[in-house]
Design a binder for this molecule. Structure first.
Ligand SMILES: [Zn+2]
Length: 429
């Protein structure tokens, strides 16, 4: 693939060829026009080739809530009132509906330049703990042609020792044996574009001893481990009351070393705890559009964590699916919080490249896959930007990253490729 510009080492370069092998893996990156190998040469003038975005945290079924949870009782709304509406949706779910909603979400993701999704999947059962809904997610991802890391999620309690509420029965997993049996069963059904990771829903839904055992077995199997953590102040207060520790302190004490562990949100995490978690090898997945939509708040993020590739991004509730917006709001949220500009800037002083890092290679790291970068050995997962799009008009190669991240919409993405197989976005190539 020889595009006019190619995203390498955090900036756009011209005159680059990215070689893709028969298995959909990048075989090399070299100067354009030099290759003497056999194969099809795809020349792409007025296009910029970038790694496909990696969406590290999604609940595809929540796409079904779009437009449905935006009017409010006189007393207003919050995360918990939103959750009641989400439970109404999940209570009606069957395998066909979940397939439809997941296909809608995953197709929209591809249109927006996303080539991998980490699907944090806890809506398992149609009835009686049958796990009938798990396969619908795998099938929808395959139909959309998106790379999927299924984060198979354990959910056991309504919160700190309380049994599941009726609305949560569809999420419930009996015990560790049932959980791993289902992981093994799903493992045999995965396509070449799919892999599986482990997740505990939250410290509310999985007690510390169970969490510890789940993480240990995941590590033994070489699987990544994800958990929702400290999105809401009440979770932290309840956890302190139950265990005398914050959720993050429990993760550090019981799950460490935390390499391969991703904490999703960390909205109210104390900066010192977040730094300890990152220093111990953990990743944090921030979901700016969802956190804004749900009124969660803004995390305090260390710029060094973004530069180290340890802050990933997720579309979470899928109320809006746009990694470009997630990228810009990662920085804009910090500007609103601090009343300063350039909060997450890198060594060069630029911000956009750091946001692209969060949307690509950091997500791939959190999901444990070789993607998010144009380098030999990585999956040939690409997004293609239209340099003739009006939103990018007037940008030079050096201005282009910031014009793209801060000024463009998803319609600058004209195509994506997963494992080298191209798909136009919204019918354009
Ligand atoms: Zn979530």
């Amino acid at each position: 693939v020889e595009a006019e510009l190619t995203w390498l080492a955090g900036r756009f370069e011209d005159g680059v060829a990215v070689l893709v092998d028969q298995d959909g893996v990048i075989a090399g990156v070299e100067a354009a026009g030099r290759s003497e190998r056999d194969g099809v040469r795809r020349s792409l003038p007025r296009r910029a080739l970038v790694p496909g975005f990696v969406n590290a945290h999604s609940h595809a079924f929540q796409r079904g809530l779009r437009g449905a949870a935006e009017s409010f009782a006189p007393e207003g709304g919050n995360f918990w009132s939103w959750r009641d509406v989400m439970y109404e949706l999940s209570a009606q779910m069957d395998a066909d509906r979940l397939f439809e909603l997941s296909l809608l979400a995953f197709s929209e993701m591809r249109d927006a330049g996303i080539t991998t999704v980490g699907e944090f999947h806890y809506l398992h059962h149609q009835k009686d703990r049958d796990f009938a809904l798990d396969l619908a997610v795998l099938a929808a991802a395959e139909e959309a042609g998106i790379r999927l890391v299924l984060l198979q999620t354990m959910y056991r309690s309504a919160g700190f020792g309380r049994p599941l509420e009726p609305a949560q029965e569809r999420f419930g997993v009996e015990d560790a044996a049932a959980y791993w049996r289902q992981v093994d069963s799903l493992g045999a059904r995965l396509s070449a574009r799919q892999s599986i990771g482990a997740a505990g829903h939250s410290i509310r839904a999985v007690a510390p001893d169970d969490l510890c055992a789940l993480r240990a077995e995941a590590a033994r199997r070489g699987m990544v481990f994800h958990i929702h953590l400290e999105e809401q102040g009440s979770e932290v207060a309840d956890c302190l009351a139950a265990y005398g520790r914050t959720p993050m302190q429990i993760v550090l004490e019981r799950l460490g070393p935390v390499a391969g562990v991703t904490a999703v949100h960390c909205t109210v995490t104390r900066p010192a705890d977040q730094e300890a978690f990152l220093a111990d090898g953990g990743s944090v997945c921030v979901c700016p559009l969802t956190e804004a939509n749900l009124g969660d708040g803004l995390p305090v993020l260390a710029e060094s964590a973004v530069a180290a590739g340890r802050i990933a991004l997720g579309t979470d509730s899928n109320a809006r699916i746009s990694m470009i917006e997630e990228m810009r709001w990662l920085e804009l949220g910090q500007r609103l919080r601090t009343r300063e500009r350039g909060v997450l800037r890198g060594d060069t002083g630029a911000v956009a490249g750091e946001m692209v890092r969060a949307a690509t290679v950091a997500g791939a790291g959190a999901l444990g896959i070789a993607a998010g970068v144009l380098a030999k050995g990585a999956h040939a997962d690409f997004a293609l930007l239209d340099l003739d799009h009006p939103a990018l008009h007037g940008a030079t190669a050096s201005d282009l990253p910031a014009a793209w991240v801060f000024g463009a919409g998803d319609n600058v993405v004209c195509a994506t490729a997963v494992a080298g197989a191209w798909r136009p976005s919204r019918g354009r190539l």
